[in-house]
Design a protein. Structure first.
Length: 350
């Protein structure tokens, strides 16, 4: 009897301690979340809500873009090259405003996850001017009419043919701090590499790169390697190579989340990144934590990497830009259709 009573007290004690720890974690999470910057995504330039947002009926033949597929979530992930918080601007240039140096789309369907990397020099529709512009320049926005995140998101939605549910952007200063906080990022090269413009210098072999070195590697557009004939531009070096590096980095970082054994440890790492992050004002703390926690066990084999093949294009103004060889919306639709089919087959087999 005494033994049973003692066991009950132990169980109650464990439950109380667990609740206290959970409460501390929630309190810390809310504290961290309060330091994240918010931005409003307004899909109507005049600021008026769309009929779907007002709850008004959609005319026959139209599709409600927000409710097209409630089970699939799409996130626009942006790396901004705003430089006001960087200690060393050499190699990055010095101009006011910000550009979208890294643009990725994370697609979470019920049966699969994909990452689509969009080259920053894609020539896209600009909802601000009604003409075309480079994708990365849209983060500048359109004065008081359309903010940068909204303008960029509108262009991405037009490209992929699907509504974007949430937006998240991290600046370069936050990127460096986050990499340092998680213990660095391994970069392996067959030959020594350098890029004076990006402050990149790595020896042959594998390097446990810090945040600044990782950033230089991902942003390098003129990577040279030391060959038997001296320093030469790395073969095939272009924006697509940079996209591949950035995509690989994101996937590897997702895999690193498996090192965290609890949501509490995740929030601690998030604390260092939070002040450098901007998210849409509809993204809740629960959404963010659930996404991060769900991603912790994703490895490279569980993420489909979608690539955009491009071709060079010279605009009427003489600017060198990129055009997709295959429409981007067809690439995204192909993934969603294939993942849905695979899920249906798995359900039948089960």
């Amino acid at each position: 009897m005494a033994s049973t009573f003692t066991k009950k007290r132990i169980v109650v004690l464990i439950v109380v301690v667990a609740c206290l720890l959970a409460g501390m974690a929630v309190a810390f999470a809310y504290s961290t979340w309060s330091t994240v910057n918010r931005v409003t995504i307004d899909r109507t330039p005049e600021g008026e809500p769309t009929p779907a947002a007002q709850g008004e009926p959609v005319e026959e033949g139209e599709t409600d873009p927000v409710e097209a597929d409630e089970e699939t979530e799409i996130f626009l992930l942006v790396g901004s090259d705003a430089r006001d918080e960087l200690d060393d601007l050499q190699g990055f240039g010095d101009f006011e405003g910000r550009r979208a140096d890294v643009v990725m789309v994370l697609i979470k369907s019920p049966t699969g996850t994909a990452i689509l990397s969009l080259p920053r020099d894609l020539w896209v529709e600009d909802a601000c001017t009604g003409s075309e512009n480079r994708l990365n320049a849209l983060l500048e926005g359109c004065g008081d009419r359309i903010n940068g995140p909204t303008l960029l998101l509108l262009a991405v939605e037009d490209l992929i043919g699907e509504p974007v549910d949430h937006y998240a952007m991290v600046d370069l200063a936050g990127f460096q701090e986050a990499v340092d906080r998680i213990g660095g990022y391994e970069i392996c090269v067959e030959l020594p590499v350098r890029d004076a413009r990006a402050n990149l210098s790595l020896p042959q072999g594998c390097t446990a790169a810090n945040g600044a070195e990782s950033l230089a590697w991902l942003r390098s557009r003129h990577t040279e390697e030391l060959t038997a004939n001296g320093w030469q531009i790395m073969f095939g070096m272009n924006d697509l190579v940079r996209n591949e590096r950035q995509r690989r980095f994101l996937i590897d970082m997702m895999a690193r989340l498996s090192d965290f054994t609890s949501p509490q440890s995740l929030t601690i790492v998030a604390g260092s990144l939070a002040p450098h992050v901007t998210v849409d004002d509809q993204l809740t703390l629960t959404d963010a934590v659930n996404l991060a926690w769900a991603m912790r066990n994703l490895d490279q084999g569980e993420i489909t990497e979608l690539e955009v093949q491009v071709q060079d294009h010279l605009t009427d103004q003489g600017a060198a830009v990129l055009l997709p060889v295959t429409p981007v919306d067809e690439i995204v639709a192909g993934f969603l259709e294939s993942s849905t089919t695979a899920g249906a087959v798995g359900a039948v087999a089960g």
